[in-house]
Design a protein around this ligand. Sequence first.
Ligand code: DGT
Ligand code: CA
Ligand code: ZN
Length: 599
Amino acid sequence: MAENSLDKKAIASVLEEMSLLLELTGANPFKSRAFANGARALETLEEDPATLVIENRLESVKGIGKGIAAAITELATRGSFSDHEELKASIPAGLLEILRIPGLGAKKVRALWQELDVTDLEALESAAKESRLRALPGFGAKSEAKILEGIAHRRRYAGRVLASKAERGAEPFVEMLEAHPRVRRVSLAGSLRRRAETVHDVDILVAVDPEDRPEVMDAFTSMASVERIRGRGTTKGSVVTAGGLAVDLRAVAEEEFPYALHHLTGSKDHNTALRSRAKAMGLRMSEWGVFRGEERLGARDEAEVFGHLGLPWIPPELREDRGEIETADRGELPDLLEPEDVRGILHVHTTGSDGRESLGAMVDATRRRGYRYLGISDHSVSAFYANGLDADRVREQAREIEALRPELGDFRVFHGIESDILDDGSLDYDDDLLAELDFVIASVHSRFSQDRETMTERVLTAIRHPAVTILGHPTGRLLLAREPYEIDLGRVLDEAGRLGVAVELNANPQRLDLDWRSGRRAVAAGVTIAIGPDAHDTEGLDDMRFGVGIARKGWLTKREVLNCRTAKQVEAFFRRRRRGWTPRKGVRMRYDRDGDPVS
Ligand code: DGT
Ligand code: CA
Ligand code: ZN
C-alpha cells in the first residue's frame, strides 16, 4: 500500500464526515446515509480494509455498496478521497466547527446556514444572544441557552492542542528548515518554546536573507503535511496541517533574529514587563531591537538582548511574567533541572493491570534508555476497569520481580502499586500487604465530583497513611478534556510537605499534573516532586521529557525531584516515610494527622 494510506479508523472518520457534508449541502439523504452506514460497517470490520481492497472483497461486506467501496479504495490507497475534498472545499469551514456544538446536527446547521447565514461560531453566538435562532423550526429559548453554553465550552478548549501533538506536527517543518541551504538560523518560538502544556499554534522563526525568502516560503507552504495555506508573504507564512495544526513561519534578517526570537517567544505579558523595564532604564524595546534614542543596540543572541537590560538570560519556560524578571535581576534564577538529571523512573504499568507490555519489557526499555532504576506501579484491585491486581497477584508480581533480579546488575526495580484512593480516603489493600511493597502511589480515579471539602479530606486521609510515598496526578485533570476536581491543593501540598510524601508531576502529555503553576507553591511547602511517565507501554517512557519540561516551567531544580536522586536515596526516602509504623495483618487502616490509626 502507498505510504500515505489510511487505517480503518481514519477511513471511517472520512466516511462519517462525508455523510455530514452531504447532509449539510442538502444532497440526497440516501447518499448521505450510505456513507454513514459504510463508516459503521468499517468500525465493526475485523479485517484490515487494505486487505479487502487488494482482494477485491469490499462489496461483500454488509453495509458497503459500490460507491462506498470506491471511496474506501481511494482512501486506502491514496490517503484521500476526491469527492470528499471537493465537497469540503465547497462549504464554509466554520460549519464543521458549528457541527461540534452539542445539540446541533447537520439538519439544524444547514438551516442556520441557509436561513440565517450563520457560518461560524461568532455568527452563531451573536444570533443566539440576539434571540434570532428561535425563528427557526426546532429552535427555542432553551436551545439558544444551550448553544451559548456549548460555544463557551468549546472556546475554553477549542483551537488548542496538546503540546505533544503540536511538537510532533512541528518537527518536519523544523527539520526541513534546518536542512534548507538558504536558512541561516531556525528556532521554535511561542508557547511551544516556553513548554506550555497546550498551544494554540506553532511559531517558527528563521533568519533568511531578503532575496532568499520567497524560496524558503515556498518550501514551507509546500510541505507534505500542509492542507491549507492561510497566508503567504515574504516575511510571514501561515499554514494549517492535515492534522488541523496551525503553523506560522516568520522570516527576519540575521541581525534581527535574537530580538525577533525573544519577541516571538513571549509570553506577551513577559514582553510587556520587559518593555517597561527598558523604559525605566531610558531605553526602548520592540520586536526589532533595544534602542537608546535612535541607536539600535546590536545583539548576537538572546543573552545579549537580556544583557542590554541588565539581566542574565531567562530560560523560555520561565517567561510568563510570574516574577522571573525580578528574580533574574536579583541573580536568583533557579538552576532548572535538565533531562540528564533524571536517574530513574517511577510509575509505570505492565500487562499485570492495564499496561500493554510485560514487566520484563518495561524493565529492559528503561535500562536501554540509560535510567538506573524503575518503579513498577500497576493498578490496585478496585480499579476493575483497569484490571487492577488483587492481593494474590500483587504477591505473584513480587516473585516475578525477584526472579528478574539476577540479570539486573546494579539496576534497581522497586515494587509498588498505584492504589486507588477510595471514597473515604482509605487505600485499596490491607496494611500488611502495603507494607510488603517498596512504594505506594495513591491516586484518585473515581468520584471526581465530590465537593471541595470532601475531596480535600479524602486525599489528606490517603496521604496520611504511612504506606503512601507518592500522591499520584494530584488534580486529576485531563487537558482539553476534563477539568481538575475541586480540591484545596495548597492544603494538600502543605500536608505532603509535612509528612514527607512526594507529589507526582505526571508526565503523560494529557495530564501534566501537578500543574506548573503550582511548582513554586509545592517547593515552598517543602514537597518533593516525583516525575512519573505513567507509561502503559515502552514508548510511554519517552513522555518523561514532557514532565521535565513542565518541571522546568514550574521553577524546579534537581534538588526537589525525587527521581533525580540515586536508587539508594530513593529507597531511603521510601523507608523514612514508614519509620515507626507497625502494620497490622489483615486490616485496612486509616490514619489521622499524627499517624495514629483511626478505624
Ligand atoms: P499560543 O499560540 O496561544 O499558544 O501562545 P503564544 O505565546 O505562542 O502566542 P502567539 O502565537 O499569539 O504569539 C507568539 C508570541 O508573539 C507571543 O508569545 C508574544 C508575541 N506577541 C504576540 N502578540 C503580541 C502583542 O500584542 N504584544 C506583545 N508584546 N507581544 C506579542
Ligand atoms: Ca503560538
Ligand atoms: Zn492513575
